[in-house]
Design a protein around this ligand. Structure first.
Ligand SMILES: [Zn+2]
Length: 447
């Protein structure tokens, strides 16, 4: 049983290594795991249940990897190596030591200027970070590449996750790549595409009646059998594996580099438990601390039910559950916010925007039809949030805004059928075809 942790002095520079399991490799720059609320430092490679001190005060808080940035000051002039391409270029800032990370070529996704949508919205510098171009078509691959590499370094023999979709599919793929068995706790309601993906990668997928039931079973696997989790299993949720969350920092590094080592004004992230929101913010904060960018952008959480927006509005120390009754953006539809998400918004003077199904479909359609990008409804929530902010006149037209498009529309194609017509029959001759194109699609075609 390895959930036990050792608290170390908040002044300690780094763990002594005395109690470390002999087979656990660790990046030399890792100081330990730090609580973003009380700043206590802990060591223990498998501390996945958050800060015990804050938990005792009934404020559940995920821990975060603390790096010693001093030895990395050379990055300001040397920057990052050009190879290997993708996420592992940035290994100096990742909490793993392995020379052979578990990789499928994740990261190095394009930052795409949304000229047509931007022109329509009056935003000349609107960009999309297209994370659907990752190996399993979602940005969870950044988390899972680092988490599963850490699992291997920690001597894990089984990887586990409770997930209805992207996180599960990604965990399954990286577990397969690492040659480790994977147990996934899903919900029966998960889209068939997601279940197919997870099983195709070889994971043992089981359907649970409720989210809480999933977390309880997962916890037992971790506590009784030492399974390694890539995601959270707390009630209320705190967020995912802190090592994995570090992978999201690389998204920030790539954005800054593509903008000529400048931070954008705003980064909009579809958020549930805010692993991505927190990781991307942390990545920008590190670049700022290293002198690679001059500021940290304001972070915006796009959320169907708005737990973070509500917590900011009510000035709560930590988010409280909010009402929620179903959303097309099932990947991010949660009534719970997390402390880490709220911290990223507070530290960056950011905000939460509550999205609607109508707004999400409008955004999904615009991205597909005006820019050629088909993303999952949860990803389109980022643009839906920006559209709302434009309506509220809350954005400066010259601001540089980056939308994180987290996942491919092919993950949940059924959702998009609601705004698509049935495919009509062509008819047998060309004149009939022209009539069908006109009636079904409004296309008036002439020689
Ligand atoms: Zn704490």
């Amino acid at each position: 049983m390895e959930l036990r942790c050792l608290e170390i002095s908040s002044r300690a520079a780094r763990p002594t290594g005395r109690a470390r399991r002999p087979h656990v490799a660790q990046s030399p720059n890792v100081v330990g795991l730090e609580c973003p609320r009380c700043r206590t430092l802990f060591k223990g490679a498998r501390l996945f249940t958050g800060c015990p001190r804050c938990d005792a005060q009934k404020i559940p808080v995920n821990l975060s990897v603390k790096l010693e940035l001093g030895p990395l000051a050379r990055l300001k002039t040397e920057r990052f190596p050009a190879t290997p391409r993708g996420l592992w270029r940035f290994r100096a800032l990742l909490p793993v030591a392995s020379e052979h990370p578990v990789t499928l070529g994740e990261g190095d996704t394009p930052l795409i200027h949304l000229e047509r949508i931007g022109r329509r919205l009056g935003l000349s510098r609107l960009y999309a970070k297209d994370e659907s171009q990752n190996p399993t078509w979602s940005y969870k691959d950044r988390l899972c590449a680092v988490a599963v590499t850490h699992a291997v370094e920690s001597g894990a023999r089984v990887v586990t996750i409770a997930s209805t979709g992207n996180h599960g599919a990604s965990t399954a793929a990286y577990a397969a790549r690492a040659g480790l068995p994977c147990v996934i706790f899903a919900l029966a309601s998960a889209p068939a595409t997601m279940k197919t993906l997870m099983q195709a990668y070889g994971a043992a997928v089981v359907a649970c009646p409720t989210p809480e039931a999933r977390w309880d079973l997962m916890r037992q696997g971790i506590e009784r059998f030492g399974w390694y989790p890539t995601g959270g299993f707390q009630v209320p949720p705190i967020g995912s594996n802190p090592y994995g969350i570090e992978g999201y920092k690389t998204l920030a590094y790539e954005v800054a580099e593509d903008l000529g080592w400048r931070a954008p004004d705003l980064i909009v992230v579809p958020s549930a438990y805010s692993d991505g929101l927190f990781g991307i913010w942390k990545g920008m904060a590190e670049l700022n601390a290293l002198g690679l960018v001059e500021r940290v952008p304001r972070m915006v959480a796009a959320e169907p039910y708005g737990p973070l927006a509500t917590a900011l509005e009510r000035e709560l120390e930590t988010p409280a559950p909010v009402p929620g009754a179903g959303s097309v953006a099932f990947s991010i539809a949660t009534r719970y916010g997390t402390f880490q998400g709220l911290a990223a918004l507070r530290e960056s003077r950011g905000l939460g925007v509550q999205t609607t199904d109508e707004g999400i479909f409008e955004a999904q359609r615009a991205l597909a039809r005006e820019e050629g990008m088909f993303v999952e409804p949860s990803s389109a929530a980022a643009l839906a949030a920006v559209m709302q902010l434009v309506t509220r006149k809350a954005l400066d037209p010259d601001q540089t805004i980056v939308l994180v498009l987290t996942s491919s529309g092919l993950k949940d194609p059924g959702a998009s059928r609601t705004w698509l017509p049935e495919v009509p029959a062509s008819g047998a001759d060309f004149d009939t075809l022209l009539g069908v194109l006109r009636e079904s699609y409004g296309l008036e075609l002439h020689r």
